[in-house]
Design a protein around this ligand. Structure first.
Ligand SMILES: Cc1cc2nc3c(=O)[nH]c(=O)nc-3n(C[C@H](O)[C@H](O)[C@H](O)COP(=O)(O)OP(=O)(O)OC[C@H]3O[C@@H](n4cnc5c(N)ncnc54)[C@H](O)[C@@H]3O)c2cc1C
Length: 471
């Protein structure tokens, strides 16, 4: 199916009409004019991002709301795996959400076999690996295109109890089919000489775990998606927030109204707006006189990037054992921010050679201000593992440091929502991946497309159904 230029060929909706978001089907509430607006894409001299020269109506098979890693990979999957046309809309640009802060590990080491997210992550990991291999076959370097690195991962325990638990984890991971090894303190010390290791320290080692660079990967995905623009199958609408949904005659959404455009949907609207999905859906449906409470909430994270940092040698990606429980621990009931704040050590070297250390988790609404006290806590926590850092003061590194802040889309039960919105014929959610959106993206995208097209998926989508999560 190809992109149709206009849903109503000779009419456009009057954008000044405040009735746009009314509870009634659009054609009965919007004023129509026979003025036809022409529009075209233009490529700015500074880049290849498509912008609109004027407001317009346009129809696509699929409209994806949110151009983070989830929205971009969903768009890609529709483009690759169907002949549907796709529009992607974002209130900002792709890395302006949680995706831009992501550390980039796609590890399985902290995931638990037998859970629904395990299956999704495994499939996703397989698809990421296939993407990296495809690039290689095309003569491209996955490290350059995606920031792809197969460093392996170490989940580090520092107490006898933690290290003992890691033995069980290694057994579980091996039984689930992964190459996994238990490293006692001596073996661990050999692999990571800069890590503080005493007699109780040990690690679960997954040599096949990989990482990517979120920014490089996003650039690659955008480039790949834009290849379909010349075929009339793809368009981007950035810096153009979704304002409301226009309801169809039936139980669906006829169009997505952004601040600049009216985008008609012929097949499906996918909401992949990360931590904003809850508030967005609530606002959109309030206009229809409907209550719709999606429990996804922002969970703020700080990550510290140190450029050209060579005071520390790091041979693998590292994460402390305590991280395992963080994604699903709820602190929402607590009114005390101190109790909400948690910091656990993660350390990686990215494709450009920067040391990335993290990370924090806290529930402070949609606030994205940099908090120096949280950055200090991260530094202190990571220094507990790497004594060499104790000789350095963070203030000495101010010229070479960058702080990344993102709002993870937290779900109370630790699982993303992937699937149709109950009661609506053509609206789907793909949101709530908390700290694993990069790792679960390709599996999520495949699942969304399978669900929309009514295919049997590789991974069971039932555990991710939206209705299980509705309050
Ligand atoms: C510090 C940190 C480190 C992390 N490290 C990792 C990691 O190593 N590995 C991993 O797998 N995950 C990691 N994550 C988690 C990962 O980044 C997220 O799970 C993932 O980015 C979520 O992607 P998303 O597309 O759902 O959300 P986002 O990237 O937040 O994208 C949502 C998009 O929706 C847009 N939007 C919102 N409202 C509207 C509107 N009204 N109209 C139009 N667009 C709208 C936003 O502008 C945004 O671009 C990390 C997160 C943080 C904060």
């Amino acid at each position: 199916m190809n992109m149709a230029t206009l849903h109503h060929p000779h009419y456009i909706l009057n954008f000044s009409s405040t009735n746009h978001c009314s509870p009634f089907p659009s054609h009965s509430s919007s004023s129509l004019t026979n003025r036809s607006i022409s529009y075209k894409y233009k490529l700015p001299a500074t880049g290849n991002r498509m912008t609109r020269s004027s407001s317009s109506d346009q129809a696509f098979d699929v409209i994806v709301v949110g151009a983070g890693i989830i929205g971009l990979t969903v768009a890609r999957q529709f483009l690759m795996d169907s002949d549907l046309s796709v529009a992607i809309v974002d209130k900002g640009v792709p890395c302006s959400g949680a995706t831009g802060a992501g550390q980039g590990y796609l590890w399985m080491t902290h995931k638990t076999p037998g859970t629904a997210t395990w299956d999704l992550s495994m499939r996703s990991h397989q698809l990421w690996t296939m993407m990296a291999e495809d690039l290689q076959q095309q003569g491209l370097d996955p490290m350059v295109e995606l920031g792809w690195k197969k460093t392996g991962s170490l989940l580090v325990g520092r107490t006898f109890a933690e290290s003992d638990t890691l033995k069980g984890r290694v057994k579980q991971l091996s039984e689930a089919g992964l190459k996994a090894e238990y490293l006692c303190s001596r073996d661990l010390s050999k692999r990571e000489p800069d890590l503080l290791v005493d007699k109780d320290t040990a690690a679960a080692f997954l040599p096949d775990d990989c990482q990517l660079d979120a920014h490089r990967t996003v650039t690659y995905l955008e480039k790949a998606n834009r290849n379909f623009a010349s075929k009339g199958r793809y368009a981007e609408f950035y810096d153009d927030p979704v304002k409301c949904f226009i309801r169809s005659d039936g139980n669906g959404v006829e169009a997505v109204q952004t601040s600049k455009n009216t985008l008609y949907s012929k097949k499906a609207v996918i909401v992949a707006a990360g931590c904003w999905t809850g508030s967005l859906m609530q606002d959109l449906f309030r206009n229809w006189g409907m209550e719709f409470q999606v429990p996804v909430r922002p969970r703020k994270g700080h990550l510290l990037a140190l450029q050209n940092f060579n005071s520390l040698q790091l041979n693998h990606g590292l994460m402390e054992a305590g991280y395992v429980d963080h994604p699903s621990i709820s602190g929402l009931e607590s009114s005390d921010n101190e109790q909400n704040l948690s910091v656990s050590m993660t350390a990686t070297i990215d494709a450009a050679g920067n040391l990335l250390i993290g990370s924090s988790r806290e529930f402070v609404g949609f606030n994205t201000d940099s908090d120096e006290s949280v950055i200090n806590l991260i530094w202190k926590r990571v220094a507990e593992f790497f004594p060499k850092l104790r000789m350095l003061s963070l203030s000495d590194l101010s010229a070479s440091r960058k702080v990344r802040i993102g709002l993870r889309p937290y779900m109370p039960d630790g699982k993303p929502m992937i699937g149709p919105v109950p009661g609506l014929s053509n609206v789907y959610l793909a949101a709530g991946h908390e700290g694993g959106g990069l790792s679960m993206a390709l599996g999520t995208a495949e699942m969304v497309v399978d669900v929309v097209l009514g295919r049997t998926g590789k991974v069971d989508s039932a555990p991710f159904a939206v209705d299980r999560a509705l309050e």
